[in-house]
Design a protein around this ligand. Structure first.
Ligand code: ADP
Ligand code: SR1
Ligand code: MG
Length: 413
């Protein structure tokens, strides 16, 4: 039976799980610290005080939205989808996700490996730290998980059975539909407020029919296009990293959606951080590093995705003999250009929602001076609009990088 766990009840709960006892040891009085800084759930670090190397993470979904409180009810099913996605990722990309010690759908609880030598990428990037491998790891993660759950890889029936395990992640899909694709582009009580930014949004977002219809077209893709199993919340707060390793966490939004949603969200988070370093000490050098990482992410992703495509046998989409080698090559080339454009459109939506909506990013929202923050917010909105407007003129990652570099060359502060 479901029960909300806390520091008092966690030890007894964990003591009943042999796989957890094997890691933690028989410790009746472990050290427990709530370390969650996310928007939705509670995350505890549980350590054996006699041997601090014996440690686990316990993540539990509660029946409300953590960032608002109990007055915003939210079903606990999200943990079921996080468990299912993390189980699958442990098969597809075991080196890039935490190991599961125990998963309990009824208790909406996941007990997993503690990433003690890693920090959330967002905070490292806010501090201007460079990570030599993170972009490559992100590209690999997306290629493996997206390609291998797509109809270009899986047989039709098997894939539909997998889809069936994720179709009802309805409440979190609705959160995305509203908080990424709807509320930020209109007056809405849930939106963030900063006077100069609000004014700019009223004049340049709420009244821009073309842009709003473009955003709606991307909402349509989010709602309708089931390319692959997405992480669906793949931002720099969902990555824990150090100088050699990267781990993807927090896959509770997982559902079958468009490839470009994961790719675009990642790109947008490097851009949001880049904007923050117009003010933060990282300056031009760190901005250049961030933009270079977008190149590495895309290039690694596209290269690996193509390699998997060439290795794939018969799938729901293709069987041997249908296309000539030249036709297949042309298909892959055209496909990647379209995927880049789709990713850029989703990146544009993500930048606007992180600027105008309830769930901002610390990169920008932790800047105390409201005028400076507003200048950066408006710059993000300008870039969002430019990405959206010009996405279909982009034919390569170099075109995107040129657009972005040009944007950040303009002095704004
Ligand atoms: P939410 O779903 O509420 O956003 P997250 O899964 O993002 O929760 O986790 C919140 C925070 O808990 C993360 O930002 C990170 O600091 C910490 N955390 C989560 N999983 C782990 C882990 N396996 N090891 C170490 N810290 C973790
Ligand atoms: C109320 S929306 C909360 C947001 O936090 C998560 O990280 C997702 O991005 C979601 O949109
Ligand atoms: Mg989450």
């Amino acid at each position: 039976m479901y029960k909300i766990l806390d520091r008092d009840t966690l030890p007894a709960y964990l003591a009943t799980i042999p796989e957890v006892v094997a890691v933690l040891g028989n410790e009746p009085d472990p050290d427990i610290l709530e370390i969650g800084d996310g928007n939705l759930n509670f995350v505890y670090r549980v350590t054996n005080p006699k041997d601090p190397s014996r440690v686990v993470i316990v993540k539990q979904a509660v029946p409300y939205l953590r960032m608002v409180g109990e007055e915003w009810p939210l079903g606990r099913d999200r943990m079921t989808y996080e468990i299912r996605a993390l189980q699958l990722y442990n098969e597809l990309v075991p080196d890039l996700v935490p190991t599961i010690y125990h998963a309990d759908e009824e208790m909406s609880t996941l007990v997993m490996e503690y990433l003690g030598d890693h920090i959330i990428l967002r905070f490292g990037m806010i501090d201007g730290v460079t990570y030599p491998h993170v972009a490559e790891h992100i590209g690999q993660f997306m290629a493996e998980t997206l390609f291998k759950t797509s109809a270009w890889s899986m047989p039709s029936e098997e894939r539909r059975q997998l889809m069936d395990r994720f179709t009802l992640n309805a409440e979190l899909c609705k959160l995305t539909e509203e908080f990424i694709f709807t509320f930020p582009y209109m007056e809405h009580d849930s939106n963030y407020s900063n006077p100069a930014t609000d004014q700019w949004a009223r004049e340049n977002i709420h009244t821009d029919t073309h842009y709003k219809l473009d955003v709606l077209a991307f909402k349509d893709l989010f709602v309708s296009k089931a390319d692959a199993l997405l992480h669906a919340d793949l931002h720099s707060g969902s990555l824990m990293v150090n100088q050699t390793e990267s781990y993807v966490i927090d896959m509770e939004f997982a559902y079958f959606g468009p490839f470009g949603f994961d790719v675009g969200k990642v790109i947008s988070n490097f851009l949001l951080c880049c904007t923050s370093h117009l003010h933060r000490p990282g300056g031009a050098d760190y901005r250049a590093w961030l933009i270079d990482q977008i190149d590495v992410i895309w290039t690694t992703f596209a290269t690996r995705f193509n390699a998997l495509w060439l290795e794939a046998g018969d799938s729901a989409m293709l069987i041997d003999g249908l296309l000539t080698a030249a036709e297949f090559e042309q298909l892959r080339e055209d496909f990647m250009v379209e995927l880049l454009r789709e990713s850029v459109g989703f990146a544009a939506c993500s930048m606007a929602r992180r600027t105008l909506g309830i769930a901002g990013v610390a990169d920008i929202r932790d800047i105390d001076d409201l005028d400076i923050r507003s200048t950066l917010e408006i710059s993000n909105l300008q870039l969002s609009k430019q990405l959206m407007n010009e996405r279909n003129a982009l034919s390569s990652i170099d075109d995107l990088l040129a657009l972005v570099r040009h944007h950040y060359e303009q002095p704004i502060l």
